[in-house]
Design a protein around this ligand. Structure first.
Ligand code: GRG
Length: 298
């Protein structure tokens, strides 16, 4: 049975989200050598109303492994920086060409393409600076940088994006689509959980349980994302809908139909929740977050 989220969980998630937003604000004040237009463009995209799912996963994983979430805040913010860079670049006219993001004009619409590309570049670089300077001990910081760079790189997020850009609906099948999303979306979910566990210096069994949870959650998240593009409300989502069908993209609803896609997402969330069994009651908040991913409307 799928465990649902509860209002104490939502209050807790709101508290943690506020902590994340405050830290992101502090990380992007910059000195006078940062041009003000670059600072404004970065802050426009990074501090906008994102759900902060990935940093929440980092911090909840740290707590699930018995450590204090503040120890992992730099890693949580780094993951959000990489994620926001990917959104800024994904919205560019040469990629998904989206004018709306997080309920406001996309970065290139407000600041122009050149500044948007550079804002993304700066965020990607800053993610690794943030971990290197903010995670202790240094061996754990190195491992976090290593894992995050792999998850964001050519064989994961960027590689998945390339295959997604080239994917043709007519030629595709669910295995191809899963392979794309395992890299494009899933790798960042997985690494978020892994960084949380690494900061807590968790043992291998905890790391493996969180990794398995991340794989299943990431795929379920993408299926729900595809369903929201078909049925979701632009106002709640803060981004355009109907774009996948318009662009003839290979998606789960296009390949499997909406009902089967929903069933698959539910099955994955159930399996994700089961994967947390070794963590026992320490993982209650992650269980609730999984339910939220299934039920979300934005
Ligand atoms: C451009 C290098 C590069 C990579 C892009 C992640 C990605 C790859 C593109 C994002 C575009 C997109 C709509 C992907 C599908 C799922 C996804 C990652 C949605 C956005 O994540 P949310 O819903 O966004 O967590 P918020 O704004 O809440 O953080």
């Amino acid at each position: 049975m799928i465990q649902s989220s509860s209002s104490p969980f939502l209050q807790y998630a709101e508290t943690v989200r506020t902590e994340i937003d405050e830290a992101l604000d502090r990380y992007t004040l910059y000195d006078d050598d940062c041009p003000s237009v670059l600072r404004d463009a970065i802050r426009h995209s990074l501090l906008a109303a994102g759900k902060r799912l990935r940093p929440l996963l980092v911090l909840m994983a740290t707590e699930a492994c018995g450590s204090q979430r503040q120890r992992a805040m730099a890693a949580a913010c780094a993951v959000e920086m990489v994620h926001t860079y990917s959104l800024i670049h994904d919205d560019l006219p040469s990629m998904d060409d989206d004018d709306l993001r997080r309920g406001q004009p996309s970065c290139h619409v407000k600041y122009g393409e050149a500044i948007a590309i550079l804002a993304g570049d700066a965020l990607l670089a800053q993610a690794f600076e943030t971990i290197a300077a903010g995670i202790q001990p240094p061996e754990v910081a190195v491992r976090c940088c290593h894992e995050l760079s792999r998850a964001a790189g050519a064989s994961a997020m960027v590689g998945g994006q390339v295959d997604d850009l080239q994917a043709a609906l007519a030629a595709g099948n669910p295995d191809d689509l899963e392979r794309i999303h395992r890299r494009k979306t899933g790798a960042m979910f997985r690494v978020s959980l892994r960084l949380g566990a690494l900061v807590a210096e968790a043992d291998d069994s905890m790391l493996a349980a969180l990794d398995d949870f991340g794989r299943k959650l990431g795929l379920a998240f993408q299926i729900i994302d595809d369903l929201l593009d078909v049925r979701g409300d632009e106002g709640s989502l803060g981004k355009s809908t109907g774009k996948d069908a318009e662009q003839g993209k290979m998606t789960f609803p296009a390949l499997l139909g909406e009902a089967e896609s929903r069933q698959l997402a539910e099955q994955l969330i159930r399996q994700a929740q089961e994967a947390l069994t070794p963590l026992d009651s320490g993982a209650t908040n992650l269980q609730s977050l999984a339910w939220y991913v299934l039920e979300r409307n934005h």
